[in-house]
Structure formats: structure tokens, C-alpha cells
Design a protein around this ligand. Structure first.
Ligand code: PGA
Ligand code: ZN
Length: 429
């Protein structure tokens, strides 16, 4: 049979909506053979300062300025004219062309949204043309960065209560998680996540505190303090069949840049006055003693490097101190964190860096340095499940895809269920 061409024939981009009702970019890459791949990009709400920049129209007459028609036209114009005719199997070459065409450090010229949608859709098209499931194709693209065997589904960390910018406005901490023990299979872990999620709902109903769900599908209740949220999680776990500290652990994403005071220090509802950074660290150490946290993400501001190092010295051995806004999936910031010992894990989000190849490079640096990896969604998501395949392909330690509820979140979990059965069957799909 003649070899079917994997050259890129055309690109079709469009403006679609994300789970918050905000526009985002979806791109289809069509190969000369007729094989195609589609990918859409997510968007954050609590954006880090050091992320790549998505291009918005800022035309107040459409979607409150959030439209992405300029990014869509960049795909059809500048990007298409450069990458048409290139081989979709050459992910590195295509990403390099996209990066060079933009020319800026933060991708603000063409927009990280236009660039990433093309980068991911190229991989999806190449996987289809290679008749491989996407996770297997990604694993192959990842080989030159890090030769990784696919043996497991990463452990999920479930966001059960949403606060901060994702919630109802009365909790400072952005995310309250439960993390099933890593020795559970993914399908068992998912069932545990759902059991606790439903248990929390019952407790909130009983307390008359259900408000709504937040951006990531977790509950956004009327509570007074951050501690109240942790107490409710603890109650939901202990009233169920699972043992806290054996089967299930706690995780938090503080997104602390959102409540850091301009003059330095932090202010949270649980304390009457403002806390200095040193006092806030003491508070976090106490919090860990009480709740035995497994994951503690963005406990401090994204520029508070010295205090990250101080906190990691105190609790970094037993807690995964995770850099999200701190690191922004950026290789230079990750290298600095490794050198200084600022954190022990990295949250990795494709749209923070803006291309698949750069994303894979960041994962490889983390793995090499023994930094744990958590592949993550954004608060504004679509039903695209690319990141599920991505997490399996690079064998991240954890995945953070939100609550085990709401369509755009369960799209990823359901994809992991499919992959779990495929891997277990031992067959190459
Ligand atoms: P974001 O939140 O997508 O709104 O940035 C996710 C996170 O902080 O982890
Ligand atoms: Zn975060």
C-alpha cells in the first residue's frame, strides 16, 4: 500500500465557548491523506503573571472583550501559510516554526491560544494518521526527551470544594482536594472521588450551606472560614467507608497570589489580622500537622521565592509543595526552583507554555530532577480530553482535572477509564 501523506493540507480554526461561557479557539488540522485532528484550548481565571499570553479581541461589543477572532485569523493567516506542507509527524519542527513565527518570549504576538491549538491538533492528526491512540503517539514523541514506559494511569486529585476566584467569594483558598492513595487503580480512585463528592453535598445540604458549584465542578458553599471547608471534607471521609490517611489524603491549592497583601504578608478569613510571611508559614505548618496534607499548591505568592524555600525546608519532605503560578510551566522558572529547592512538584498546563514540544521539555526537566508532575486542566475547559492522553503518555505522577462531575471535567476522567482498560488488556490499540 502506498504510504499515505502526513503533510499538512489545511487548518480550520473557529471560535467556540469554554465551560465558563467565554470564547476559546478550536483548530482542526487536515492532512493530505484526509486524516485530521481537532484540539481546543482551555483558559485560566486565576492567571499567573509568568504564563504565556492568550490573544483576546478586547472588542467590548462582543463577549465583553473576550472574543478570540484575532487568534482564529492568525491560524488561518500567518500560521497556515508557514506550516501547510509540513509533515505532521515532525512535531518538534512544527512547534519551532510556530515559536519563531511569534518571536516573543510569552507568545503574545500570535497568542498562546492560536499557537497551542495548532500544536495540539497537529499531534492529534498525526496520531490518527499513525493509527495510534493519542497517548501512545504522545509517548513516542516524548521518547527523545525521556524514554518512558506506560505502565499506569496517574493518580487523580479531585477538587471537591471551590473557593477563591473559582468560588462564591467567601473562601480564600481556591481548591480543597481529596487524593486517593496512589496504590488504588484509577477506576477505584474515581469511585472514591465520587463517594466523597456526594458525601460533601449531603453535609452541605444538612448545614444549609450549598451555594452552587464553582468553575471546576466542586461545591462553592456559604462557609465562614477555610477551616470549615476542611472540616466538612474530613467529615465526609470519616462518615464513609474510607480511612483518612490510608485510603484518602487532603490536597489544597491556595492560589496564594490572590490573597497576598501588596505590602507583603497574607490575609485570610481564619485570622483576624494580616499575617507576615513568616507567620503565614507557621500557620501552614500547623495546618499540615492537623490535616496531614499530601499536596499543597501555590501556598505562597508567585514572587515570594525566599519563603517558598523556607516552607519547603520545613515541610517539603512529607508534603508535595507544588508550584503552579510560581513556575507557570516555564523551564527557566523550574530550573531556578530546582536550584533553590523552592518546591517538590510542578503543576503542568499546556497553555501556560503554549506548545506541545515545550511542554514535554518541561516534564523531562522535572522528571530528571525528581520533581513530581501533575498534569492539569484550567478553570475554563472544553470537552477536549487531550490532557488525559497527555498525562498517560508522559506518565505524570498525578492528574488534576477538577471535580468528578460536570461534562468538561468528566470528559477527561472518562477518557482515563478507556485508557485504563486498554493498558490492562495489554493490546496495542
Ligand atoms: P486557573 O486555576 O485555571 O483559573 O488558573 C487552576 C489552578 O490554579 O490550578
Ligand atoms: Zn493552581
Amino acid at each position: 500500500m502506498a504510504q499515505l501523506s502526513t503533510k499538512i493540507h489545511s487548518l480550520i480554526a473557529r471560535e467556540i465557548l469554554d465551560s465558563r461561557g467565554d470564547p476559546t479557539v478550536e483548530t482542526m488540522v487536515i492532512l493530505e491523506s484526509g486524516y485530521r485532528g481537532v484540539a481546543s484550548v482551555p483558559a485560566g481565571t486565576s492567571l499567573g503573571k509568568y504564563e504565556s499570553v492568550e490573544l483576546r479581541d478586547h472588542d467590548e461589543k462582543r463577549y465583553g472583550g473576550m472574543g478570540v477572532l484575532k487568534a482564529v485569523s492568525n491560524v488561518h493567516g500567518a500560521i497556515a501559510s508557514k506550516i501547510k506542507g509540513m509533515d505532521a509527524l515532525d512535531q518538534g519542527g512544527i512547534d519551532k516554526v510556530l515559536i519563531d513565527l511569534d518571536g516573543s518570549k510569552d507568545k503574545h504576538v500570535l497568542g498562546s491560544n492560536s499557537i497551542l491549538s495548532v500544536s495540539l491538533a497537529t499531534a492529534a492528526a498525526a496520531a490518527n494518521a499513525s493509527r495510534m491512540p493519542l497517548y501512545r503517539y504522545i509517548n513516542q514523541v516524548f521518547k527523545p526527551f525521556s524514554d518512558t514506559q506506560m505502565t499506569r494511569i496517574p493518580t487523580p486529585t479531585f477538587n471537591i470544594i471551590n473557593g477563591g476566584k473559582h468560588g462564591a467569594g467567601n473562601l480564600d483558598f481556591q481548591e480543597f482536594h481529596i487524593v486517593p492513595a496512589s496504590n488504588k487503580s484509577f477506576s477505584v480512585a474515581l469511585e472514591m472521588g465520587v463517594a466523597v463528592y456526594k458525601g460533601v453535598k449531603e453535609i452541605l445540604k444538612y448545614r444549609n450551606a450549598v451555594y452552587s458549584v464553582g468553575y471546576e465542578g466542586g461545591f462553592a458553599p456559604n462557609l465562614f472560614t477555610n477551616m470549615d471547608a476542611l472540616e466538612i471534607l474530613a467529615e465526609a471521609i470519616t462518615s464513609g467507608p474510607y480511612t483518612f490517611g490510608v485510603d484518602i489524603f487532603f490536597g489544597l491549592d491556595l492560589a496564594a497570589s490572590t490573597f497576598r497583601l501588596e505590602r507583603g504578608g497574607y490575609k485570610i478569613k481564619d485570622k483576624a489580622g494580616a499575617l507576615s510571611s513568616a507567620d503565614f508559614i507557621r500557620y501552614l505548618v500547623e495546618l499540615h500537622k492537623k490535616y496531614r496534607l499530601l499536596i499543597l499548591e501555590d501556598p505562597l505568592d508567585e514572587d515570594d521565592w525566599g519563603n517558598w524555600v523556607a516552607l519547603s525546608k520545613e515541610i517539603g519532605k512529607d508534603v508535595l509543595v507544588v508550584g503552579d503560578d510560581l513556575l507557570a510551566t516555564n523551564p527557566e522558572r523550574l530550573n531556578r526552583a530546582i536550584k533553590e529547592g523552592a518546591c517538590s512538584a510542578i503543576l503542568v498546563k499546556p497553555n501556560q507554555i503554549g506548545s506541545l514540544s515545550e511542554f514535554l521539555g518541561v516534564i523531562a526537566i522535572a522528571k530528571q530532577a525528581g520533581i513530581k508532575t501533575i498534569v492539569s486542566h484550567r478553570s475554563g475547559e472544553t470537552n477536549d480530553s487531550f490532557i488525559a492522553d497527555l498525562a498517560v503518555g508522559v506518565q505524570s505522577d498525578y492528574v488534576k482535572f477538577g471535580a468528578p462531575a460536570r461534562g468538561e471535567r468528566v470528559a477527561k476522567y472518562n477518557r482515563l477509564l478507556q485508557i485504563e482498560t486498554e493498558l490492562a488488556s495489554g493490546k496495542s490499540f
